[in-house]
Design a protein around this ligand. Structure first.
Ligand code: FAD
Ligand code: SF4
Length: 512
């Protein structure tokens, strides 16, 4: 007898009650399928905390659906019948339940979506309405543009959403973007709030044991897991940020500080990306905080720009350009990722801080990812595929649609400048200005060519010298090249030699 009319497959990053494919469900006759599969958990060595988050949140979501009267078929990782991949599980349950229809919301990951589209089953696909901009909308916006710019896309999203607009459609405060006000360093005596922590319940404890047993070879600590795994906990994390973080978010958005992994950042990206928080609600809460007078415009605009600007923009680029986008390597980099990315064992304090906290919490904030670990990979000429795999593996919030454009495009400029107009390359001076890292470092940030000189300094100039052919023509780089050209020949040579010797060390498998 056919007892399931529709079977709706929900993935681990689709845990939203208002997911498009769940809206067609009939409680009487339909079934939701959730599967924990080895292929998704191990196609890169995902941080054990990330696997824990997803499996635990899936189990809590399944329970919540059942409490709403929805029939759920749940497959755990250690179920002996588990076939190990999403398409093969869908085949198995299709054969077993014989539904009339299969439903899914489009995936976040090109690889998985294409394996499902090619798996020989007639799936009815739903557009992912959790984003403001559909894939088709973005494609229409991008059509005919040689180069895309986030800023113009963002203005479009502001107009479309109505966020922070005056009655006549102009931006509140007279400008669309207040980023220039968001670059303050952390003054002495200003301490960020202690992070909100969530104790693992019985379900999470089971998952922690499962992950410890099955993924012991993956990098990263498990015993520090304190992340929200339900909608209610994610809401509590968000409320905590609204009360204690948001007001200072704008000012110190780009600041970094030793042993302060979270500063005034929200830490919500993982919860948002897997569906425990709702984008529109977050933006509306931030806008209300601004209208109520409790936060300044630079904080509100800065936060909303990240969500409806950058986040939607990178997703649009990903779906527009995949699968070719993943092959981008505009600088022709071939160097392997240094081992210290996986261990944190380096004398460079900024790198040690950023990597160690990533291993401990599966988290680093944007500037650490962009201007420390990312900047180093760019300057050192690391192969884009290797550094992309690292970011995808190590961060709790990393999913291909958001990690890949941020890493390959924004950090590595490997798409030739499609996503961003210039590489975010910087010497140690930037890190010194925005953090206290250099004070605790074995290297001297004031030196460039000596044996104890900050590696970022010579590698910065080495990068500019070796890619002059490609970058000199870029208007936004002209000042930097003028500075290089003003240097004496011998200074340039010394920088080249120091940079080359650091790269040789990396090629010999030595740490820095
Ligand atoms: P906050 O600093 O408090 O910012 C608020 C929110 O804005 C974030 O939660 C996030 O949802 C959004 N946001 C901010 N910047 C971006 C951005 N550039 N792209 C997309 N969303 C953004 N973010 C991910 O969610 N997943 C990733 O895999 C990811 N990989 C990254 C890789 C690199 C190399 C870089 C430079 C950035 C990456 N980001 C990624 C963006 C950003 O670093 C994280 O979203 C942010 O650090 C998450 O911490 P938070 O929630 O405390 O963010
Ligand atoms: Fe990083 Fe250089 Fe500063 Fe050391 S001196 S913390 S390597 S920027």
């Amino acid at each position: 007898m056919n007892t399931t009319r529709r079977l709706c497959l929900v993935l681990g990053d689709q845990l939203s009650f208002d997911l498009a494919s769940l809206q067609v469900l009939d409680k009487e006759s339909d079934t939701v399928l959730l599967v924990e599969v080895m292929e998704e958990a191990s196609h890169v060595p995902h941080h054990p905390q990330k696997i824990t988050l997803i499996f635990s949140a899936m189990r809590h979501f399944a329970e919540a659906l059942q409490q709403r009267g929805i029939r759920v078929q749940y497959v755990t990782l250690d179920d002996p019948e588990n076939t190990g991949s999403v398409p093969s599980e869908l085949h198995r349950w299709q054969a077993h339940l014989q539904p009339d229809e299969l439903h899914m919301t489009e995936c976040g990951d090109w690889r998985l979506e294409h394996s499902l589209r090619d798996c020989g089953l007639a799936i009815q696909w739903h557009s992912d309405s959790r984003f403001l901009c559909t894939r088709a909308d973005f494609s229409n916006w991008a059509q005919g543009k040689k180069q895309l710019r986030m800023e113009f896309f963002y203005r479009e999203m502001r107009r479309r959403s109505g966020l922070l607009l005056n009655g006549d459609g102009s931006p509140v405060g007279g400008a669309w973007n207040f980023d220039a006000e968001n670059r303050k360093t952390l003054p002495k005596g200003v301490r960020p709030p202690s992070p909100a922590r969530f104790s693992p319940d019985a379900i999470t404890q089971d998952v922690l044991a499962l992950v410890a047993k099955n993924f012991s070879g993956h990098y990263g600590a498990l015993d520090t897991f304190d992340y929200p795994v339900t909608h209610a906990e994610a809401q509590a994390l968000w409320d905590y940020f609204l009360d204690w973080g948001l007001a200072a978010f704008g000012d110190y958005q780009d600041a970094m500080a030793s042993d302060e992994p979270f500063l005034f950042h929200a830490r919500i990206s993982a919860a948002l990306n897997i569906g425990l928080l709702d984008l529109r609600q977050l933006c509306s809460d931030v806008e209300s905080a601004y209208w109520s007078g409790s936060i300044a415009l630079n904080a509100a605009e800065g936060f909303i720009r990240q969500l409806i600007g950058w986040r939607e923009y990178v997703r649009g680029v990903y779906w527009l350009k995949m699968p070719d986008y993943a092959q981008g390597n505009a600088f022709g980099n071939t160097r392997s990722l240094p081992e210290f990315y996986w261990t944190g064992e380096t004398q460079m304090n900024c790198m040690r801080q950023a990597i160690s906290q990533s291993l401990k919490h599966a988290y680093a904030h944007h500037i650490q990812r962009l201007m420390v670990t990312g900047n180093f990979a760019l300057l050192a000429g690391i192969a884009p595929s290797e550094i992309c795999e690292w970011y995808l593996a190590i961060y709790m919030d990393a999913f291909d649609w958001v990690e890949l454009p941020n890493t390959l495009g924004m950090v590595m400029h490997a798409d030739g400048g499609y996503l961003g107009s210039k590489p975010y390359c910087a010497s140690g001076q930037y890190i010194k200005r925005m953090s206290d890292y250099c004070r605790g470092c074995a290297y001297k940030v004031s030196e460039s060519t000596t044996d104890d000189a900050c590696p970022f300094n010579s590698l910065y100039w080495h990068f500019l010298m070796r890619h002059g052919d490609r970058l000199r023509g870029n208007q936004r780089m002209s000042m930097i090249y003028k500075n290089l050209d003003r240097m004496t020949e011998s200074k340039q040579q010394a920088l080249w030699q120091r940079g080359q010797s650091l790269l040789n060390q990396l090629d010999n498998g030595e740490s820095l």
